[in-house]
Structures are given as C-alpha cells and as structure tokens.
Design a protein around this ligand. Structure first.
Ligand SMILES: [Mg+2]
Length: 238
C-alpha cells in the first residue's frame, strides 16, 4: 500500500471476500452508460431533452431511472422499468462500441495477483448496474469472467441494502462464519465507502473516479489510493 493507509484496522482478519464497484473503479466508459440512458429516454419515452442534471456516480440504475421518470412525468410502473431496461442494454452495447473507454489503471494486475494467492479470496461485484448492464460493460473489457459472484442494481435500489445482500450471498458461498471485517468493498465514490461501513466491512477507496481524495477521506475509508497500481495485495489481505 502506498502512504495512503488511513485507518489501522483494530482487528486482525484475513480477507475472504473482495467486492468491486464497476464504473470509475474497474473501468472508465467515458459516459457511455449515461448516453445509453439518455438515448433510451429519447427512443422509448419520446423525451426530447432528458435532464442532464442528474448525478450518476455511485447510484443504482433503478434509482436513476426512477428519478428520470419523476422529472419527466413518466409513471414508475414495473412495465415502464422493464421497457426502459430492455432498450437500455441495446443502447449500452451500441455506445460502448463507439466510446474509447479503458480498464482502470492497475486493475488487471491487482485482480491477477489476488487470484495467484495460495488461498485467494472470493472476488465479486457490488454494483448499482443492473446485472445485464454489468455483464455487457465487463465483457466489453474482457473482465466479466474474473468475478465469481455479484449483487446488482436490479436487486435493490439502495446501495447499503445491496451490501447487506452481498454479505449474505458471501456467507452462502463461504460459510455462515464469514465476518463483516473479512469483506473489502472497493469503489470510487462516497456511496461505496458508506455501504461498506453499513455492513461493517473494510473499504478501499480509489480517487481516480467520480470523487476526489478529499471527498473520500471525509468518510474515513480503511484505505484511500489514487488508483489500483498503488495497492499491494498483501496489505489488504491481512
Ligand atoms: Mg463507481
């Protein structure tokens, strides 16, 4: 770890589950997802000028759609959510192919190092993306197959509840004795740090995404780094 180690853990625990956020953490899509949202609203709901004011960072997809629906007077019915997401995934694929995105700096190396450990942790996703949206994004960057479990934005609109679900799912796989402090949540926004804290997990905040180092440090994440190149696997595994 670089000199950005913020909070010495008060306990000694072995990391058994590592959960990654997607946008701004694993990948940078340069707003391909935002443009897919906008185009879906235009093509499916005849909204000429979708609001550009909504902040996407750290949000769940369904909560974003609900906000767009509210602003533009569209009923938030299950039928309309389904209609939105069915079109959205096609627009997402279309936009990703036309956008020069990239994998976050150091991500490949870090994940490979985790998997090379004698006793590797379970590696999963904790993301506000709907499952199919997450798969489309990560397959585009050849990262999808790294992740053995996940919780997704179509399972709950609240990120803290997604974190609770991830802990539950981790226990289903690793055993009921999986302790919250044996879980690490990696993400680029204050919402990632907050959701880790809501379940008692440790957090690794990365300031190369949507939030500044100052914004993230206010939340007291366990670790704060500028990018994944600055993380040594050994340090977060103890
Ligand atoms: Mg993010």
């Amino acid at each position: 770890m670089c000199g950005c180690y913020l909070n010495s853990p008060k306990y000694h625990s072995v990391t058994r589950l590592v959960l990654f956020d997607i946008d701004g953490t694993l990948i940078h899509t340069h707003k391909a997802g935002v443009r897919a949202f906008i185009n879906t609203l235009r093509s499916e709901f005849d909204i000429d000028n979708p609001s550009q004011e909504i902040s996407f960072a750290g949000r769940t997809d369904k909560s974003l759609v609900r906000e767009f629906f509210t602003i533009h007077g569209i009923l938030a019915t299950e039928e309309n959510f389904s209609r939105f997401f069915e079109a959205y995934v096609f627009w997402l694929d279309y936009m990703l192919r036309r956008t020069q995105g990239e994998i976050g700096s150091g991500v490949d190396h870090f994940v490979n190092n985790l998997n090379s450990l004698k006793e590797p942790p379970l590696i999963g996703l904790l993301t506000g993306n709907i499952r199919l949206g997450a798969e489309i994004k990560l397959r585009h960057f050849y990262l999808w197959d790294y992740f053995k479990m996940g919780v997704f934005g179509d399972e709950n609109e609240c990120r803290d509840k997604l974190a609770a679900l991830a802990l539950e799912r981790g226990r289903d796989i690793l055993g009921p004795d999986l302790a919250p402090e044996e879980v690490i949540v990696i993400g680029d926004t204050v919402f990632d740090v907050k959701c880790a804290q809501s379940i008692g997990a440790r957090s690794l905040a990365i300031s190369s995404g949507a939030c500044t180092a100052e914004e993230l440090s206010e939340l007291n994440p366990t670790w704060l780094v500028p990018n994944m190149n600055k993380v040594q696997v050994r340090m977060i595994m103890e």
